[in-house]
Design a protein around this ligand. Structure first.
Ligand SMILES: [Zn+2]
Length: 464
């Protein structure tokens, strides 16, 4: 046997127990009461006394090496996956964004090239559907064969990524035939476009206008509209990065009505409020993302919904741009600030601190929303939990370390962290990916290119 992890507190999505874990090659072989295994036959023994032993994090919403708003997200698959690993994440699902009129196959191949020699952890892809959709709808067979079982539709970003309602209807209908899970960016792009132009005409140009032009009601409306289209076409739907109370209430109602609806939020929507946009200087640009940060009542409702099980997944929407470079494009025009913030390295620690330390939630709930459910919903059948037969993606977590997030200590390739000075209790220290120790006591051991592409299965949460 290859690795024995002994005396740890093993946390799965279902239970918490003192146990030893035996890893054989790239898989979890067995989990037994402490002392059950013979140490002598193991190549490596890790003493996990006083540690939590949890599945590696699964971040299903990232944007690495992505061209966007005239620039490019600053983490590529090397720096982005190193940062993910250091933060306790062992799998990501990144969004392939095709160019207009580009075939999905061509776009996917381009993304494979970006990742193959660089990734240190395993990665899968979703594909965004960019208008016009006529030709790409015929490529859904290819997507399933290529292990891509989810697509993304944008209802915002008019004149670039935004789909019309009719296109959305066509995508939903076709996706159900192929059992693809449709992810939606739900904001009303038509009204956002109108408000944006109106503010510019009035001479308003500061970052807060970004939030003013995308009020929460426009998210509520889009969520409600999509839920109805999903019902009409009998197609399951996954809402990315929810930020508004009204939108989540719509989802709660749909779930109650037994509709197949899944909800994702991000750490930033739980931890920050709109006051971040009120700073006099341009610092506010660090928090320009879509949807924007909301008022307190929204973030507190998101936390409650996470606890109540209405929110299924916490992902990052990691999309970094340097404050001193790319973000400065918008210094005289808020519409030119690239939308997005970093967070791939800080998700697990911030969520541990929010869910476990501050809110006193169960450790299994932490594993559920950050590892198990995202893996299950997106068909990463080998990932997301600690069970015999699954990939040995394991995090040893010291729950007692208290530390402050400082960008200079992070590995994300960007000049700021949205979570600068946030104090965290608990830290991932040793990370195992497919039976290989990739981070040992906080030190990176992995070579770029060791990460493998994840051929995803059809979502059996969506299509059971
Ligand atoms: Zn995104």
């Amino acid at each position: 046997m290859d690795i024995l992890i002994k005396n740890g507190t093993v946390v799965t999505s279902k239970e918490i127990k003192q146990a030893d874990i035996l890893v054989s090659k790239d898989k979890i072989d067995s989990i037994k009461p402490c002392g059950s295994f013979h140490e002598e036959v193991c190549l490596k023994v890790i003493d996990a006394s006083n540690m939590l032993v949890m599945p590696g994090g699964v971040d299903v919403h990232t944007h690495l090496d992505m061209p966007f708003m005239g620039t490019k997200s600053t983490d590529d698959f090397r720096t982005g996956t190193i940062a993910a690993a250091m933060g306790g994440t062992t799998s990501i699902v990144d969004y392939v964004i095709p160019n207009k009129h580009e075939s999905l196959k061509k776009a996917v191949n381009k993304w494979h090239k970006k990742a193959v020699d660089k990734a240190v952890i395993d990665y899968g892809f979703h594909v965004a559907l960019v208008p016009p959709v006529d030709k790409i709808l015929r490529e859904f067979d290819y997507l399933v064969e290529a292990g891509i079982t989810s697509v993304k539709c944008f209802l915002a970003y008019k004149n670039s990524l935004m789909l019309s309602d009719a296109d959305l209807y066509r995508v939903f209908t076709k996706a159900a035939e192929h059992k693809l899970l449709v992810c939606v960016h739900a904001e009303n792009g038509e009204i956002i476009d109108y408000l944006t132009k109106k503010y510019l005409k009035e001479g308003r140009k500061e970052p807060v206008c970004h939030a003013d032009s995308r009020p929460p009601e426009l998210e509520d409306e889009a969520v409600s509209r999509v839920i109805k289209i999903s019902k009409l076409t009998e197609t399951p739907v996954y809402f990315a990065h929810l930020s508004s109370k009204g939108g989540i209430k719509e989802i709660k109602r749909a779930k109650k009505n037994k509709q197949k609806v899944f909800a994702e939020t991000c750490p930033q929507y739980m931890t920050f409020n709109q006051h971040k946009y009120l700073s006099e200087d341009f610092e506010a640009a660090k928090y320009v993302m879509s949807p924007p940060l909301r008022k307190y009542k929204h973030s507190s409702y998101i936390k409650k919904s996470l606890k109540d099980g209405i929110i299924d997944v916490v992902a990052t929407d990691h999309c970094p741009f340097n404050f001193n470079k790319e973000k400065q494009r918008g210094i005289r025009d808020f519409t030119r600030i690239p939308n997005g913030i970093p967070g791939i390295e800080t998700r697990m620690p911030v969520m541990f601190n929010e869910m476990i330390v501050k809110m006193g939630m169960c450790l299994s709930k932490f594993v559920e929303v950050n590892c198990a459910k995202p893996a299950k919903i997106f068909g990463l059948s080998q990932k997301g939990d600690i069970k015999p037969g699954k990939d040995a993606d394991i995090v040893l977590w010291n729950p007692d370390i208290i530390w402050k997030i400082k960008n200079k200590n992070l590995h994300e390739n960007v000049d700021y962290s949205a979570f600068e000075d946030y104090v965290v209790t608990g830290k991932p220290v040793t990370i195992i990916s497919r039976g290989e120790i990739i981070v040992e006591n906080g030190e990176l051991k992995a070579e770029p290119g060791r990460g493998l592409y994840i051929n995803r299965q059809i979502s059996n949460s969506a299509y059971s």
